[in-house]
Design a protein around this ligand. Structure first.
Ligand code: SIN
Length: 523
């Protein structure tokens, strides 16, 4: 099959790109599951954007840079916060129903590390509402086609550029599609970890696809753990949005005592990584759960403002407004990914990336809450503009990379163990949670890297013996992405943002104020 543009993934970045590309040619959107199944649809808190009185892009940028802990790309941050208002206004014009206050103005929520209220929301199902509007708009173009249950297995390269993809359909048949440009908008990788707020589709496919094709990857050690996922035996790790704490919910121990003020001046609204580690330590110290309590707030308001979360709690026998809600950390967002410039260009001509799979540099070492939907929106639209350039122009601009500061292209380091084929089979998600999770140490990381090296070889051997179906490719992608995250975490011998090394607990700007890049073959 031949088309003009291929988009892999149907979250906010992919759909916004499809809308921008539709007037320029035929657009094929490939989704590996049902079309609405993406991280976007699960985003509760909202979309951060500087549109309120007393707010400005400069203030939004300052908060983003502070959260990023010294590793944000300032140029990319300026693009994000400066372009955000116009792309969000467009969403409103297209019919997105964000909540409004009594005067009809857009209601602004608060989340951790934001100095002002700036989070637009649609109840507690903001991603679903934005997805609804983008799907409706994209589907109205006759030039946009979608194939569901199409699992992209690899990128087709030719003449030094990416020129298409291979995918397997739900019956296991293999197909090739050729195009002028391919956009990876495959979303996140929360499923690399046993505990995650992400849906089952978030298996790091774009990271693995980009890696196999030889694209540069960056900052993979930075995985954000959300502090408050529902923590009840037998129940899914459903996200209990930070917006609840923005509205006054408190974290308490099993005796009902608030503990975050002992840990950080911003208390319950301290940066996410600080709160996540504090909860884990509190649970370890007391041997009991940590709870979120809203019992001191108006019950009617709580249920009206957070209907999805209230409903989920009801299903597991909890009253959100009255009961203490047991919460704990879970993998939520990966800041690293396929390295891109400010237009979604990757290091491979013809290949673009946007949304969570991309590493634009806007999040640095730790993402500011509710900046992810904005990133998908802004950089999805911009990637679509760059995808229409002549192919020769469409490759990551090297000068921008140099301007980004120091870079280290990673080879195998002395600290990294060579894999042996004698590693026992591992449960990847369990291993990642225990050894590459909130608290990391060299021994655990070395064990993880060696085990994942071996696990990846086993998956490859198995695939060589049969015609691999989508499940086999999914397993391989998961192991590849996990191995790359573990390797990156082993390499960075400092603590910064979401990456916490118990054996190197301090931030070390002298050695580590730089991004680490992985490229296949550099090993
Ligand atoms: C939340 O609602 O707490 C999550 C929002 C985000 O991850 O940005």
């Amino acid at each position: 099959m031949i088309t003009d543009f291929i988009i892999v993934g149907s979250g906010i970045a992919g759909l916004r790109a499809a809308i921008a590309l539709a007037p320029a040619g035929r657009v094929l959107v490939l989704t590996k599951a049902d079309p609405e199944e993406s991280n976007t649809g699960y985003a509760q808190g909202g979309i951060a954007v500087a549109v309120g009185a007393g707010d400005s892009p400069a203030l939004h940028a300052a908060d983003t840079l502070r959260a990023g802990d010294g590793l944000c790309d300032e140029g990319a941050v300026d693009v994000l916060v400066g372009n955000g208002p116009r792309y969000v206004r467009e969403l409103v014009e297209w019919g997105t129903r964000f909540d409004r206050d009594g005067d009809g103005q857009l209601a602004l929520g608060r989340e951790a590390a934001h100095s002002v209220r700036r989070v637009l929301h649609a109840g507690d199902a903001t991603g679903r509402e934005i997805g609804r509007v983008l799907w409706k708009r994209a589907s109205a173009f006759g030039s946009v086609a979608t194939i569901n249950h199409a699992f992209v297995t690899d990128l087709v390269a030719g003449g030094g550029a990416v020129r298409g993809v291979h995918y397997v359909d739900r019956d296991g048949a293999r197909h090739e599609v050729r195009a002028r440009a391919v956009l990876l908008a495959t979303g996140g990788a929360g499923q690399l970890f046993r505990e995650t707020t992400n849906p089952p589709v978030a298996t790091g496919d774009g990271i693995a696809l980009g890696y196999r094709a030889g694209a540069r990857l960056a900052d993979l050690e930075f995985v954000q753990f959300h502090p408050t996922a529902l923590n009840r035996a037998g129940a899914p790790r459903f996200l209990i949005s930070e917006a609840l704490r923005g509205e006054g919910a408190r974290l308490v121990d099993d005796r009902g005592e608030a503990f975050m003020t002992r840990v950080h001046a911003d208390g319950d609204l301290a940066p996410r990584d600080v709160v996540a580690r504090a909860i884990a330590r509190e649970m370890e110290r007391t041997g009991a759960p940590v709870y979120l309590t809203l019992a001191h707030l108006d019950a009617g308001y709580v249920c009206a403002r957070f209907p999805t979360i209230a409903d989920m709690c009801r299903r597991v026998g909890l009253d959100l407004a009255r009961d203490p809600i047991p919460v704990g950390p879970a993998a939520h967002y990966i800041m690293g990914g396929v390295d891109t410039d400010e237009w979604g260009r990757t290091s491979l001509p013809g290949l673009f990336a946007a949304g969570e799979v991309a590493c634009t540099g806007v999040h640095g070492a730790n993402r500011l809450a509710s900046n992810s939907l904005l990133e998908g929106l802004v950089f999805g639209a911009r990637a679509a503009i760059a995808m229409q350039e002549p192919p020769a122009a469409a490759a990551l601009k090297r000068d921008r990379v140099v301007a980004r500061g120091s870079w280290l292209v990673a080879g195998r380091t002395a600290a990294e163990p060579a894999a042996t084929s004698h590693q026992p089979p591992v449960d990847v998600r369990d291993l990642m949670w225990t050894s590459v999770g909130l608290f990391r140490r060299r021994e655990g990381l070395e064990h993880a890297v060696a085990s994942l090296d071996a696990a990846e070889r086993t998956e490859r051997d198995r695939m060589g013996e049969t015609t691999p179906d989508a499940d086999a490719w999914r397993r391989l992608n998961l192991v590849t992405a996990a191995r790359l995250v573990a390797r990156a975490a082993l390499r960075r011998e400092e603590s910064r943002g979401a990456h916490f090394r118990e054996d190197f607990p301090a931030r070390d700007d002298d050695h580590w104020k730089r991004h680490v890049v992985d490229v296949r073959g550099a090993e």
